[in-house]
Design a protein around this ligand. Structure first.
Ligand code: DX5
Ligand code: ZN
Length: 369
């Protein structure tokens, strides 16, 4: 793993006692995190590492040692509880790591490693001032985060778009989603001006949110969205996402969504680069990357979107790791794996779900892709 330009080794080490976490800084002092807090000698830590088997899981734990130029500088513990993949993770860092970059790079590596373990979430302490405290957390139970810590949701989310639902049976389709594995419902609002199509508005949204038990993820493909954000929140939206290309004053639109009590997302069309969002990224709860030209369901996925997701992912790690990435357009079980690996948290799927023989099974296939 390259951390700040130095080659590092991320080795998986097994240790049984969670309480003993070792930090190795420079040649001499070794800090031990357990009840004694006595520093270890060099020999002791080498002995410790020697005694571990590498790469195997034991007692439900994998420990990843982070080494820079052959020096262990930290450790990351991933757990699996009785086969239910890790819901608890620990990331520790030693105080000498003035450069925060180590932590975010390492975390990036851990996240992709963790994804392969179906880890649902991990909390990272990136605390350059003193030896990092140890943070245990559980799955989706959100820990309190402060300026040095952030929670990276590792959970994969599918948001079926009701634009592709059967509008003659919208209640049936909404109830179907209620007992599906989809955690969100994606609601595409189109005004026929910003996009060359008209979908639906407040009455349909209110009807859906009345019976839906899911997170309502409203995607506004409308001009000058600030006019209506409050009414979309009142109609039951939990996330309101507007288009970068449609808003006069982006900051004001984000604030209007937050003041109305919802999470704010911004969407970029295929030809808009993610870097344009940098000024507002710290305020955003989500960025929606369009992988088709907005306006219609059933279009084919634009592969270039993955490059945008990867660039956006590193911007988010740097500026606002709590911000989610959603992708929208042409997603199915066939391409979901590469999309999640690229760094997406939420995938929208319209036709793949509602045109499937068995929509609920399709949702599971996308989640497990
Ligand atoms: C397109 C919408 C998408 C669309 C997704 O403008 O924003 O949400 O409904 O449909 P599929 O998954 O079929 O591409
Ligand atoms: Zn959409």
């Amino acid at each position: 793993m390259i951390l700040q330009g130095k080659t590092c080794i991320l080795r998986s080490v097994v240790s049984s006692d969670v309480g003993t976490i070792l930090l190795w800084e420079n040649d001499s002092s070794i800090a031990q995190y357990s009840d004694t807090h006595e520093p270890y000698t060099q020999e002791q830590i080498e002995q410790f590492i020697e005694n571990q088997q590498f790469g195997l899981k034991a007692n439900g734990q994998i420990r990843l040692m982070i080494e820079v130029d052959n020096k262990v500088i930290g450790a990351i513990d991933l757990f699996d509880y009785n086969g239910k993949q890790a819901e608890v993770g620990v990331l520790i860092y030693n105080k000498r790591l003035r450069n925060r970059g180590y932590a975010t790079d390492a975390l990036q590596t851990v996240k992709s490693y963790a994804r392969s373990l179906n880890i649902e979430s991990l909390s990272a302490v990136i605390d350059d001032n003193n030896i990092a405290s140890i943070n245990l957390f559980r799955g989706c139970g959100f820990v309190k985060t402060d300026k040095n810590r952030y929670l990276c949701s590792m959970k994969r989310v599918v948001a079926p778009s009701i634009l592709s639902a059967d509008f003659g049976n919208l209640e049936r389709d909404t109830l179907m989603l209620n007992h599906s594995e989809a955690e969100w419902v994606h609601v595409d609002v189109m005004d026929g001006v910003f996009v060359p199509n008209i979908s639906f508005g407040f009455p349909v949204l209110t009807a859906v949110t009345k019976i839906s038990t899911k997170v309502i993820d409203t995607h506004l493909m409308i001009c000058d969205p600030i006019r209506y954000v409050e009414r979309f929140v009142k109609a039951g939206s939990h996330y309101v996402t507007f288009h970068y290309e449609a808003a006069e004053d982006i900051e004001a639109c984000i604030d209007a969504i937050h003041n109305a009590g919802a999470k704010a997302g911004i969407s970029i069309k295929p030809q808009t680069e993610p870097e344009v969002l940098e000024p507002w990224l710290s305020k955003l709860d989500m960025v929606l990357v369009m992988s088709v030209e907005p306006g219609f369901g059933g279009q084919s996925f634009m592969p270039y979107s993955l490059d945008k997701v990867r660039r956006l992912r590193s911007m988010i790690e740097r500026i606002n790791p709590n911000c989610l990435i959603e992708i929208d357009g042409g997603i199915s079980a066939a391409n979901a794996a590469e999309v999640f690996t690229a760094g997406v948290d939420v995938v929208v799927a319209g036709s793949a779900v509602f045109c499937a023989e068995n929509p609920e099974a399709e949702i599971v296939k996308i989640l497990n892709a």
